[in-house]
Design a protein around this ligand. Structure first.
Ligand SMILES: C[S@@+](CC[C@H](N)C(=O)[O-])C[C@H]1O[C@@H](n2cnc3c(N)ncnc32)[C@H](O)[C@@H]1O
Length: 232
């Protein structure tokens, strides 16, 4: 007698047999292997990955911030910096070498760094904001950085909306915690920031620009919004 194939029930109540699951896994693995291979190739051929390894930075992203710091003088030795979407910690490392204090937040864990206070959690979660406010004790910061990126689903409009939502939340937090004269940097995707949000940001900063650092991969649609000189 033929053995009954193993079955499981999905959350939607549909039953799949083991053959279907096996087949789905193979297709998924094939796709993953292809994208992982691409990622590996990019990493091996990337001069910034090598430079980060040699200079002890946790990520190649550090060079994006170093370039923006050189160009826009975002922080100085007295600055307090809020780093949103900080893991694995390249930007926090750069800022901990320049600024007085850094507060870093990420969904993922991040190994400790000198002068960096880390909160693990979702910046869009009220409990995390509460923890952040407790840490700040009503003190304002000089720089707010957001390199937060949502999980990319591949549908352009959806990805765009998700990142805009994060930028909007980071920008709203400027009104809570950024000192007058402070600076704000946020990752957006090409096509820039949506015009409504851009208009709001322009009203509250002396200068607002989009900037693509050299270390940002050409094929990546990421670009940074750099807003200098917060005003009420
Ligand atoms: C491109 S990485 C940041 C790299 C980092 N700037 C560096 O230099 O190493 C983006 C990070 O944003 C984080 N992130 C995405 N959405 C977030 C959210 N809602 N709250 C906190 N972190 C978030 C991700 O977990 C991820 O670690």
């Amino acid at each position: 007698m033929e053995a009954t194939p193993w079955k499981f029930e999905s959350s939607s109540g549909h039953q799949c047999c083991s053959k279907t699951v096996l087949c789905m896994t193979r297709v998924l693995n094939k796709k993953l292997k292809k994208s992982s291979k691409k990622w590996m190739q990019r990493q091996v051929n990337d001069p910034y990955v090598e430079q980060a390894k040699q200079e002890g930075y946790r990520s190649r992203a550090a060079y994006k911030l170093l370039e923006m710091q050189r160009k826009f003088k975002l922080a100085n030795k007295d600055s307090v910096v809020l780093d949103l979407g900080a893991a694995p910690g390249g930007w926090s490392q750069v800022m901990s070498e320049i600024a007085r204090d850094v507060i870093a937040i990420d969904l993922l864990d991040m190994a400790q760094l000198p002068n960096v206070e880390f909160i693990k959690g979702d910046f869009t979660d009220n409990n995390v904001i509460r923890e952040l406010n407790q840490l700040l004790q009503n003190q304002k910061v000089d720089v707010i950085l957001s390199d937060m990126a949502p999980n990319i689903c591949g549908i352009k409009q959806v990805d765009h909306l998700r990142i805009i939502e994060l930028v909007e939340m980071a920008y709203d937090f400027c009104h809570v915690a950024l000192k007058p004269g402070g600076n704000f940097v946020a990752k957006v995707f090409q096509g820039g920031t949506c015009s409504e949000l851009l208009d709001k940001i322009k009203k509250h900063f002396v200068s607002v620009k989009h900037f693509k650092p050299l270390a940002s991969r050409k094929e990546s649609s990421e670009i940074y919004l750099v807003a200098i000189g917060y005003r009420l």
